[in-house]
Design a protein around this ligand. Structure first.
Ligand SMILES: O=c1[nH]cnc2c1ncn2[C@H]1C[C@H](O)[C@@H](CO)O1
Ligand SMILES: [Zn+2]
Length: 374
């Protein structure tokens, strides 16, 4: 296989592939952080309401620009510092509810029909809420946002993932919380935060607990740190998916003739159809890749890894699901059938029951792309 071959020819008689038309396409999103997707105006208003006066800007446009610039640091650690401001305004029932409701509404307006949105409950206890209360307020916000979207003529379903911070020591507790809320809208568990120095195996008991409960989880791995992190997540922790996983490319050698050779770990990840939650813009901002052009997304897609397109943090990257897809179209020349495949990859990899995934694929995704394909 030559890596120069397009995945599929660009669409011919179909709807033109531009940002407005991508916005109308049904999309599935597996990796989106609740505390990384606030509306800039909401950050300002909630800060005013709760008396948080450490925001770096007082105007919504300037604040949006500040997040973007500050996150453009080339380092995951510095990128993560920007979350201090969003987490600070998500400490009250009203704040958590509003942010979750607006998240569902914004994703629905962007044409996302299924999303798994994650956040770390342990970071929202500063004003006396319990872990259970934090989760309840967020889930209520998602339900309200889904209803508001329905009234606006948009269909969306949000599943919630509970994240434990990898530098902290509450992962087992958060895993138990995720299982406790499994019938109320929480569909899985995750670990996030600085990767270097905090290997996934540090949280093995949490993953073992999830596996014993027949519950799903993903692990941020292979973003700021390389193959050893992915190896631990896959081989020791038994992850269902890889959050980013972009450094799996380090286990693929592309010869001078363009022929790729997969190492054992890359081959295993591909053979197992392990989903990669790739987040193109975020990866450039944190320095995981040098540029979009150099992003291994296309190599991985051509090699038929189970690639999915994700936003990570819409506020920090000033992006949307449609914009991430459009950037990939512009960079790699994808057509509608490619976008449909990435979307079906994501739906197949979702943590909701199989029959519900299938229903979304058959009743929403395929008919939506059939219209766009012409
Ligand atoms: O891309 C990421 N890698 C590691 N950690 C991340 C990333 N994006 C957000 N986080 C962290 C910061 C948030 O406060 C936390 C929970 O959403 O997860
Ligand atoms: Zn992330």
């Amino acid at each position: 296989m030559s890596t120069a071959d397009p995945v599929s020819p660009s669409n011919s008689g179909a709807t033109p592939l531009d940002l407005p038309s991508i916005t109308t396409a049904p999309k599935a999103l597996l990796h989106d952080h609740l505390d990384g997707g606030l509306r800039p105006r909401t950050v300002l208003e909630l800060a005013g309401e709760c008396g948080y006066d450490d925001l770096p800007e007082t105007d919504a446009d300037a604040l949006a620009q500040w997040f973007r610039n500050a996150a453009d640091s080339g380092s995951l650690e510095r990128y993560l510092e920007t979350f201090a401001h969003t987490v600070a305004v998500m400490q009250t029932p009203e704040g958590l509810f509003r942010v979750a409701r607006e998240c569902a509404e914004d994703l629905a307006a962007d044409g996302v029909v299924y999303a798994e949105v994650r956040f770390a409950p342990e970071q929202h206890l500063e004003r006396g809420l319990t872990l259970d209360q934090v989760v309840e307020h967020v889930l209520e916000g998602f339900r309200a946002g889904e209803s508001a979207a329905r009234v606006a003529g948009k269909r969306i379903r949000i599943g919630c993932l509970l994240t434990a911070m990898r530098h902290a020591a509450r992962s087992r507790e958060i895993a138990e919380l995720a299982v406790r809320f499994r019938d109320r809208g929480v569909v899985g568990f995750d670990i996030a935060g600085a990767e270097a120095g905090f290997p996934p195996s540090r949280h093995l008991d949490a993953f073992e607990y999830m596996r014993a409960a027949n519950a799903h989880f993903t692990i941020h791995a292979g973003e700021a740190f390389g193959l050893p992190s992915i190896q631990e997540a896959v081989a020791f922790c038994g992850t269902d998916r890889l959050g980013h996983g972009v450094r799996i490319v380090d286990d693929i050698a592309v010869g001078s003739d363009g022929e790729p050779t997969l190492g054992l770990l890359a081959a295993y990840v591909r053979d197992k159809r392990m989903p990669l939650e790739l987040c193109p813009s975020s990866n450039v901002q944190t320095g995981a890749v040098d540029s979009l052009e150099k992003h291994p997304f296309d190599l991985l897609a051509r090699l038929r890894f189970r690639v999915t397109v994700n936003t990570d943090n819409r506020l920090m990257s000033d992006t949307t699901m449609s914009r991430e897809m459009y950037k990939l179209v512009q960079t790699f020349g994808y057509g509608w059938s490619d976008l449909e495949r990435f979307t079906i990859n994501a739906m197949k990899s979702a943590f909701i029951p199989f029959d519900e995934r299938l229903e979304l694929i058959d009743d929403v995704v395929k008919p939506g792309y059939a219209v766009l394909l012409g």
